[in-house]
Ligand binder design. Structure first.
Ligand code: MG
Ligand code: MG
Ligand code: MG
Length: 306
C-alpha cells in the first residue's frame, strides 16, 4: 500500500500542490507514495490545476492503519480525526511546529519561509529530482498564493528565488499577471454560501485549551463584500462559534490595500481584538495584516497563555 502524502483540512493551493510536488519528490527518491487531500479544490486551486492540466488528488478523510507524510501542517486539529491510528513518516511545512507526534524517527523539513512549495523546490534540488513544467507552474502559483504575490511579511528571499526558478522551468515570464489571474479566480464569491466562504480557508487552533477557529478570505477588493453579505457572514460566524469554539474569526484581507477587516464572535472579544492591537467596533480594520500565520495566530496564542 502506498504511503499517503497529505495536506491540511480545508485545503488551500499550497496544501494541494504540496501533496503533488512532495509525491514527485518522494517518488524521485524511490518511495512508494500517493498524493491525497482532505477536500476538493477551492476556486483558486481549481484555477491552478486547470491552468496547468493537473489532476486534483483523491479525497481522503480517514488514515487509520496507513503510512502518512504531512505537507503544509503539523497540527492535529488540521489532521483527519483518526490520525492517531496512522504511522507518521515525515513532515514538510512552513508553519509553527504543531502537536503531532510519532512512535519512530521521522524526516522533517520545517522551515520559516513563505510557502511549503519553497521547501519542496529546494528539496528537489538537494535530492536532484526533476520537476516537469506543469508541476513547476503549479508550485509557482502556490508560492504566489501563500506569499500574496511576495507582499506578505512571511515572504523570504528563498521564496522569491524558488518562484523565479520554477517560472523558468514552467516557461512563465509574467509572474504578476499569473498571480493576479489566480487571485481574481480566488475572489470569485459567486454561488458560495456564507458558510462555504468562512470554511474556504479555515483553521482551528487549540490555544491553551480554548478552541479558536480562524478563516481567511484573500480578495482583490473588499468591495466584493457587500453590506448584506457582511451581515450574513457575521450571522454564520456566530453559528460557527456556537459549535464548540471560544472564538470564531474571519479575516477579510484586501490584497491590494494590504490590510484586513476582522469579523469576530468570541466569549472574550476584547481580549481577541486587543491581542491584535484593535478595539471591538462595527468595522475592525487591521492595517498591514495579510498573514494569519505570522500576524494573527502568534498574538492570539500569547493572549490565551496570559
Ligand atoms: Mg496551507
Ligand atoms: Mg502553506
Ligand atoms: Mg494562505
Amino acid at each position: 500500500m502506498s504511503a499517503l502524502v497529505l495536506g491540511h483540512k480545508n485545503p488551500d493551493t499550497d496544501s494541494i500542490v504540496s501533496a503533488l510536488a512532495a509525491t514527485n519528490l518522494y517518488r524521485g527518491r524511490g518511495f512508494d507514495v500517493k498524493a491525497v487531500a482532505q477536500g476538493t479544490p477551492a476556486p483558486e486551486t481549481a484555477f491552478v490545476l486547470e491552468r496547468f492540466k493537473l489532476q486534483a488528488p483523491e479525497v481522503v478523510t480517514s488514515v487509520a492503519g496507513q503510512e502518512v507524510y504531512l505537507v503544509d501542517f503539523s497540527d492535529l486539529a488540521q489532521a483527519p480525526a483518526d490520525f492517531a491510528e496512522a504511522k507518521l513518516l515525515g513532515i514538510i511545512d512552513h508553519h509553527k511546529l504543531g502537536d503531532v507526534t510519532s512512535d519512530s524517527p521521522v524526516e522533517c523539513f520545517i522551515w520559516p519561509v513563505g510557502c511549503s512549495n519553497t521547501v519542496i523546490k529546494m528539496l528537489h534540488d538537494y535530492y536532484k529530482v526533476a520537476i516537469d513544467p506543469a508541476l513547476a507552474g503549479a508550485m509557482l502559483c502556490a508560492i504566489l498564493s501563500d506569499t500574496v504575490l511576495f507582499k506578505s511579511p512571511t515572504c523570504t528571499e528563498q521564496d522569491k528565488q524558488a518562484a523565479y526558478d520554477l517560472a523558468k522551468i514552467a516557461g512563465i515570464e509574467d509572474l504578476q499577471a499569473l498571480g493576479m489571474e489566480m487571485f481574481k479566480a480566488k475572489s470569485n464569491l459567486a454561488g458560495a454560501t456564507p458558510r462555504d466562504l468562512i470554511f474556504r480557508d479555515f483553521k482551528d487552533f487549540d490555544m491553551s485549551g480554548s478552541k479558536v477557529g480562524i478563516g481567511q478570505l484573500e480578495l482583490v477588493s473588499l468591495d466584493l463584500i457587500t453590506p448584506e453579505l457582511k451581515a450574513q457572514l457575521k450571522d454564520e460566524l456566530a453559528k460557527v462559534k456556537g459549535e464548540g469554539r471560544h472564538s470564531a474569526l474571519l479575516v477579510l484581507t484586501d490584497i491590494m490595500e494590504e490590510g484586513s477587516e476582522l469579523l469576530l464572535v468570541s466569549d472574550d472579544a476584547d481580549k481577541v481584538a486587543g491581542a491584535l492591537k484593535a478595539t471591538v467596533s462595527d468595522k475592525i480594520w487591521l492595517p498591514g495584516v495579510m498573514s494569519r500565520k505570522k500576524q494573527v495566530v502568534p498574538f492570539l496564542e500569547q493572549a490565551f497563555k496570559a
